[in-house]
Ligand binder design. Structure first.
Ligand code: AMP
Ligand code: MG
Length: 349
């Protein structure tokens, strides 16, 4: 494959000629990385099993981990799914386009490799002008997981895509930083009652306002588990190269436990909300701020992990957020990034 091209694209009024070039690559069976409001996607023609196979190969993604299909308009839903449950119109009215992915019974046109051999398919309509323009111009639904190497932090900028996938993708559309910064919320409507499979950009609370019986049981599968885990439940995911330690507890306990940990290592980095980071201002320590609210934390989380990796730290200290609103997704990502290494600071006092 020739080396990857990167094209800067206006996110409000993308140049139609540029979108047409990208769409041509998709139709020709190639791979295009493109911006969405959640994270960058690695896209291929969803009808083309060979192109879909290239996604798995480029990412080093196990064949057991299915992809999300992206659509630009509601009528495409019926091409991708063979059954449309009664809750879909309500959910799509509220959350399409947006950071909600629905798992439905798949249509016969969905290649087996895309859905990892399952009878279901995950589907989303991104809330991003460039993403939808690309899908429309390609004239096909676009299969797109996050545009990172498998198990690495998701990409929230074109630079992140290149860090992982340079020369493995034909074109990168650079639309600047991803606005939400964490992936979509996945809801399975093939289960009764419906089940939240992955917390993400749309909160559990907002979804339960429309689906009162929506279930959520966090699941973290270990590599050592004998059975193939359900898609997306692997504990190690979104992980930096450095070890990440996730601290639970109140302010005093967490700050004390973090100081003890800092003293133990020579190259430590902090990934903290601003109000926590200022507690360590007396130390000369590499810090990535997660800002002052959940939205900012989501936007900065993956970029912060990558920045600390680049800085060459061995250990990253982070704090468990409140598990409500976007905090539920933040906690999920941090726990997987930490591969389960949680420090209960209260127990250390
Ligand atoms: P990514 O786009 O990289 O965030 O990965 C897509 C994720 O969507 C997978 O890891 C699964 O968690 C989920 N997914 C995709 N298709 C299905 C499906 N048919 N059933 C359940 N989960 C799915
Ligand atoms: Mg991913």
């Amino acid at each position: 494959m020739p080396s990857t091209r990167i094209l800067r694209v206006d996110t409000q009024r993308p140049d139609p000629a540029l979108i047409a070039r990208a769409a041509e690559i998709i139709r020709g069976g190639g791979l295009v990385a493109f911006p969405t409001e959640t994270v960058y996607g690695l896209g291929a023609n969803a009808w083309d099993a060979a192109a879909v196979g290239r996604i798995f190969h480029a990412k080093g993604r196990p064949a057991s981990d299915p992809l999300i299909v992206h659509i630009a308009e509601i009528p495409q839903l019926a091409q991708v799914a063979r059954e449309v449950p009664p809750s879909v119109p309500l959910l799509s009215r509220h959350f399409f386009p947006g950071a909600l992915t629905l798992v439905l019974r798949k249509s016969a046109r969905i290649p087996d490799n895309l859905s990892a051999g399952m009878d279901t398919v995950a589907l989303r309509m991104p809330d991003h002008v460039v993403a939808r323009a690309l899908i429309k111009a390609a004239g096909v639904p676009i299969a797109a997981p996050s545009a990172n190497t498998f198990s690495r932090p998701s990409p929230t900028s074109a630079e992140h895509v290149l860090e992982d996938l340079a020369d493995k993708v034909d074109l990168v559309l650079d639309g600047g930083p991803a606005h939400i910064g964490i992936e979509s919320t996945i809801v399975s409507l093939v289960d009764e009652p419906p089940r939240l499979l992955r917390p993400g950009g749309i909160s559990l609370e907002a979804l339960r306002a429309l689906l009162p019986d929506l279930q959520y049981t966090p699941h973290f599968a270990n590599d050592a588990d004998a059975a193939v885990p359900a898609p997306g439940t692997l504990l190690k995911h979104y992980s930096p190269r450095a070890r990440l330690l996730l601290f639970h507890g109140d302010d005093c306990a967490v700050y004390a436990a973090m100081r003890a940990e800092i003293a133990r290592h020579s190259r430590v980095g902090l990934l903290l909300r601003q109000r926590d980071a200022v507690q360590f201002a007396d130390l000369d320590i590499r810090t990535e701020s997660l800002g002052s609210n959940s939205e900012q934390a989501a936007e900065r989380l993956f970029a912060g992990l990558r920045a600390l990796d680049k800085a060459g730290v061995d250990v990253i200290l982070a704090r468990a957020p409140e598990q409500s609103g976007l905090g539920l997704a933040l906690h999920d990502r941090l726990l997987r990034a930490a591969v389960g290494e949680v420090i209960d600071a209260r127990a250390m006092l």
